[in-house]
Design a protein around this ligand. Structure first.
Ligand SMILES: [Zn+2]
Length: 103
């Protein structure tokens, strides 16, 4: 059975810290742009060390091979990254527009 997001938060408390961090992110509108990916990159670097093939092994991990599964990483990646505010007028949006225009 596929483990749920809540199971991972119980198994790896470090994830709570990442969730608090993404939930605290705000687009205050003070600058002319906001980039979700810019905030996401350092969070993702730490996520890779907590869940998935890049996890640094800890005592007791033998009982939870799902912590080393790349599908678990993808599940947490989606859960955490979609909690960030969306990009606004940043390079990502321009890149996406160019790509959709077929440039
Ligand atoms: Zn962006």
């Amino acid at each position: 059975m596929q483990a749920l997001v809540e199971d991972f938060f119980r198994l790896e408390p470090g994830l709570l810290e990442l969730e608090r961090e993404v939930d605290a992110a705000r687009d205050e509108g003070h600058s002319s742009w906001f980039c979700s990916n810019y905030l996401w990159l350092p969070v993702n670097t730490r996520l890779r060390m907590l869940v998935g093939v890049g996890r640094l092994p800890r005592p007791g991990d033998e009982a939870h091979p799902e912590l080393f599964d790349s599908r678990s990483y993808e599940l947490l990646f989606t859960h955490l990254s979609q909690r960030l505010p969306p990009c606004r007028a940043c390079g990502c949006a321009r890149f996406l527009a160019l790509r959709e225009a077929g440039a």
